[in-house]
Design a protein around this ligand. Sequence first.
Ligand SMILES: Cc1ncc(C[n+]2csc(CCO)c2C)c(N)n1
Length: 224
Amino acid sequence: MKFSEQLREKCLPIWRQNHQHPFVTGMGNGTLQADKFRFYMVQDYLYLIQYAKVFALGAVKADDLATMGKFAALLDGTLNEEMALHRQYAARFGITGEELEAAQASPVTLAYTHYMLHAAQNGTLADVVAAVLPCAWSYWEIGKELNQIPGAAEHELYGEWIKMYSSDEFGQLAQWCIDLMDEQAEGKSERERARLEEIFLNTTRFEYLFWDMAYNGEMWPGDA
Ligand SMILES: Cc1ncc(C[n+]2csc(CCO)c2C)c(N)n1
């Protein structure tokens, strides 16, 4: 069995919880309250900034030009395309550029992004991939599932999100990460594989916590 298949099998119960989370099902059937998505958009913007840095670390840790180039392209795409799209999408929810720039990371956003950065900074290329893979893979799975719901991709608020993450372009990125994970896990010791599994499991858990944080609008105690 491929390493990525092992990872998926191990995390399947959490993936199921992600798919059943009211934030996710609410995007699919259009019942999610706009203010919950608004909260998510702001936090996700902050998340993407840090995620871009993890891609930059992928270029640092890679030891062949093709992989370095791919991480550099992902970094460019995230910073100069995806984040611009995010700002446009956010504007539809009344979120201004100033609000995005001034936003504070919630406890879960901070914990999740710092965990990924810690794993990436202190580990090998395999650690970088284990940290980013659940984000790409789980969003693709969720995007594809929601896209099968009749009318979901045309919903005026959540349709764009569903179209973006179910797109072939996004699927290719997820598949590239899966293949790189398998390639990097090859020949690694049991101990190293266990560490990669732990990173993958923890970022998978953080994906769930991120949906939950957005659904409940969780900020720091005392903050609005
Ligand atoms: C909490 C959270 N998790 C995953 C993603 C998905 N995602 C973010 S960046 C990226 C790679 C392509 O730029 C992917 C797949 C998200 N947006 N927010």
